[in-house]
Design a protein around this ligand. Structure first.
Ligand SMILES: Nc1nc2c(c(=O)[nH]1)N[C@H]1C(S)=C(S)[C@@H](COP(=O)(O)OP(=O)(O)OC[C@H]3O[C@@H](n4cnc5c(N)ncnc54)[C@H](O)[C@@H]3O)O[C@H]1N2
Ligand code: MOO
Length: 408
């Protein structure tokens, strides 16, 4: 009795535990799952910092410029008093007592005297914003901006801890380490991250009829699964691919590769004379968790656990059936081993494609604006449809038109 498709996926997700956690330098952690939450080692910003090139000011203007601070400088020892200003660069620490920062393009400066030129222009039409160094002609008081306007407190100052505080959890365990997570972790003070190690996979392709180069001919077909698999082993390390004849003892030997966490077999899942997988697994005392799934294509797929804990994913020999089995069983298993939290399903609206009465159909589609469009060419032996598609739509038994899950 074939297992319902949803239950088979769930079973695969729960078939193993996450692999060991390892501390890796940031670049090596890319794509792995966090084994612990990323906590900030320091607040951001660590001190009150200017968000603009300009002048930090205290109290109402005009102000006297009493100092200067550049990016990379320590926090100035000075404490600004009302009527004082400090020239500041974007990213530089502002002195204690700073009420706000006035961007340089809104300032007028004459020697050490600073005005907020924009407020002057606002209240005295005809006066224009002046850049520092522009001709403000000392002594020509009638032409000087003279407003006592005080910019809103805190304007253009990034206060200490405004983004996050030291100790705060920024990204939860189980999240994938994306490029942005790497940048965030560095910003928060980390040189390394604690992540789950990547599952190691060995692939075993079986079949007397398979060719690995050149055109197919009557009785011989090109191996289409071997070339497809590496790109589908998301988040895993492929140790190697063995090509075997239809020979049970060779299959049993290949399944004893103990460097792998997961062994992926291709072919030999069915009931023909040369289909030895189930018998070999039984001889090896494997526990078969999934033996057939109620889905089209791919129903002979299987999942087993060897006595030493290594998992075996059995992909059917028909190439599109093998693709369906990877998305149904192998990817959820690899996700769990790699410590990845399951992501919520992605859905799209699919027209009526003719559901199966008892089995879930996996249908190659392209997606556009929430709509899934079947691409056809979806016979089990052909990867043509899957190659044109950007997802497989999951069509439950009896489904008509409507929203369905899509696998990518
Ligand atoms: N009596 C039954 N026969 C079959 C059943 C069944 O229920 N009862 N199920 C069919 C379905 S569905 C599938 S899928 C296949 C599964 O077969 P196996 O996993 O045992 O694989 P093979 O028999 O070796 O090959 C099936 C088919 O695929 C071609 N093949 C195999 N490997 C590759 C490869 N790496 N690249 C390209 N093509 C491959 C092979 O030449 C066969 O044509 O069983 C059905 N039979
Ligand atoms: O797995 Mo088979 O049809 O479903 O090729």
């Amino acid at each position: 009795m074939n297992m319902p498709w949803k239950l088979a996926r769930q079973t695969a997700r729960e078939a193993a535990k996450p692999l060991d956690a390892v501390e890796l330098p940031l670049p090596d952690a890319l794509g792995l799952a966090l084994a612990g939450g990323v906590r900030a080692l320091a607040s951001q910003p660590t001190c009150d910092t200017s968000a603009m090139d300009g002048y930090a000011v205290a109290g109402p203007g005009p102000w006297t410029v009493v100092g200067r601070v550049a990016a990379g400088d320590p926090v100035p020892a000075a404490v600004l008093r009302s009527g004082e200003a400090f020239a500041v660069a974007t990213g530089a620490p502002v002195p204690a007592g700073s009420g706000s920062v006035i961007p340089v393009e809104l300032c007028a400066v004459d020697g050490v005297t600073l005005w907020n030129a924009r407020s002057d222009a606002d209240t005295h039409p005809g006066h224009h914003t002046r850049r520092p160094g522009a001709d403000t002609r000392p002594g020509h008081h009638a032409r000087r901006p003279s407003s006592a306007h005080q910019p809103p407190t805190g304007k253009h100052i990034r206060r200490a801890g405004e983004d996050w505080s030291a100790g705060e959890e920024l990204v939860p365990a189980g999240s994938p380490v994306s490029p942005a997570v790497l940048g965030l972790a560095a910003a928060a003070g980390h040189d390394t991250l604690l992540v789950h190690r990547r599952p190691r996979v060995s692939v075993i392709v079986t079949g007397d009829e398979l060719l690995h180069a050149g055109p197919p001919r009557p009785g011989r077909v090109r191996d289409a699964i071997g070339p497809m698999l590496p790109g589908l082993l998301t988040g895993a390390d492929l140790l190697g691919t063995a090509h075997l004849r239809d020979d049970p003892s060779a299959l049993a030997d290949a399944l004893s590769v103990d460097a792998a966490d997961v062994l992926v077999t291709c072919g030999a899942t069915s009931v023909g004379r040369a289909d030895h997988l189930r018998r070999v697994l039984s001889d090896l005392d494997a526990e078969v968790l999934v033996s057939g799934v109620a889905c089209r294509p791919g129903h002979p797929m299987l999942l087993a656990v060897l006595p030493d804990g290594r998992c075996v994913a059995g992909l059917p020999g028909n190439p599109f059936a093998a693709h369906a089995a990877v998305l149904t069983l192998l990817q959820p298993l690899l996700g769990t081993l790699g410590g990845h939290t399951a992501r919520p399903p992605v859905t799209a609206w699919l027209p009526d494609v003719g559901a199966h009465r008892t089995d879930t159909r996996l249908v190659p589609v392209t997606r556009s604006g929430g709509l899934a469009v079947p691409v056809g060419h979806d016979r089990p032996g052909s990867l043509w449809g899957a190659a044109l598609a950007d997802a497989l739509a999951v069509v439950p038994p009896g489904h008509r038109a409507g929203e369905v899950e899509v696998l990518t």
